[in-house]
Design a protein around this ligand. Structure first.
Ligand SMILES: [Fe+2]
Length: 216
């Protein structure tokens, strides 16, 4: 079984664990992030299957449910380490913290998990797959592929942010980094979907009534 087949099998298993209404938002978000990561990876000579699976499984820790909070990072890491996918497991941790010191803004309920996450994040050096998953996460929402701006509004709407200016600048740096690598604005790879997404109601609302899943 190749990495893509294995990733899709784990994703299907994760979705089968969920019976709540927000599962479709989680699936759309994950599948959108996978397509964004794959398309950009292909254009800049990275392994597109590894990138696809990184996007698909970055939030796999939410197989436990929609309100797992930041615990989903460590839950996803543990699951994928058990499945023998260490290169994807790290994405479950790294996608949520840029710069990595932002890990200090959160505290997990379980002190052992909290210590593990903080120790890991303070040692890890981001590679291009980590950075690509961070960008892909912010170019996909509850309806699929979207703009950083809409996704950012959605996160701000649902969670609030301590340092929104710094966070937004980091996201624009990521977008510029990959746009430079592929020789065009990354938005041009998804221009039709992005046009549709900006007409799609209020960011942060799913179908304008159901709250978008907490999947940032
Ligand atoms: Fe995500």
């Amino acid at each position: 079984m190749n990495i893509r087949e294995k990733g899709e099998e784990i994703f299907s298993w994760g979705a089968s664990q969920r019976t709540d209404d927000a599962v479709s938002a989680w699936k759309n978000h994950s599948l959108g992030a996978a397509r964004v990561a794959e398309a950009i990876a292909e254009k800049c000579g990275m392994d597109k299957d590894r990138a696809y699976v990184s996007g698909l499984l970055h939030d796999i820790g939410r197989y436990k449910g929609p309100h797992t909070g930041m615990e989903h990072t460590v839950d996803g890491y543990n699951l994928l380490m058990e499945k023998g996918m260490p290169e994807i497991a790290r994405i479950c941790l790294t996608h949520s913290f840029n710069p990595r010191e932002k890990v200090h803004e959160i505290t997990l309920d379980n002190p052992e998990q909290d210590k593990f996450l903080k120790d890991y994040m303070l040692k890890v050096e981001f590679d291009d797959y980590d950075l690509l998953a961070q960008l892909a996460d912010f170019m996909s929402g509850a309806h699929g592929v979207t703009t950083i701006e809409r996704r950012f509004c959605s996160v701000l709407w649902r969670h609030g942010l301590k340092e929104p200016r710094e966070d937004l600048l980091k996201l624009y740096e990521l977008k510029e980094y990959f746009s430079n690598k592929i020789g065009m604005d990354v938005y041009l790879l998804f221009i039709d979907e992005l046009k549709a997404s900006i007409l799609n109601g209020i960011p942060g609302k799913y179908n304008n009534k159901q709250s978008e899943e907490e999947d940032a």
